[in-house]
Design a protein around this ligand. Sequence first.
Ligand code: FES
Length: 106
Amino acid sequence: MTDMPARTLVGPADSLPEGQQTAVDVAGVSVLVVHHDGQFYALRNNCTHKDFPLLGGDVSMGRVTCEKHGAKFELATGKARTLPAVKPVKLYRTQVEEGQLYVSEL
Ligand code: FES
């Protein structure tokens, strides 16, 4: 038997409409969940520059902006696309099952 990765129920998928974001706890880690361009994305809710929470940051062009110093991270990969951040943010998996949105470790 393999260990199942920790999985957290966000709630009904339609409770997070396009353009909205929230944060949930996955195995003790705060994870940002974003609905952008018809997709759900999940990333660790900490900027890799100075650990500032990403929740509430502007989302556009598939990227979330850290409000502290303006680093941008790609939602699909977690890669840092704008300085001052250089390290990627940890990516999580999103799944919709029977209308419920879940986030789990990859
Ligand atoms: S803490 Fe995010 S850019 Fe500095």
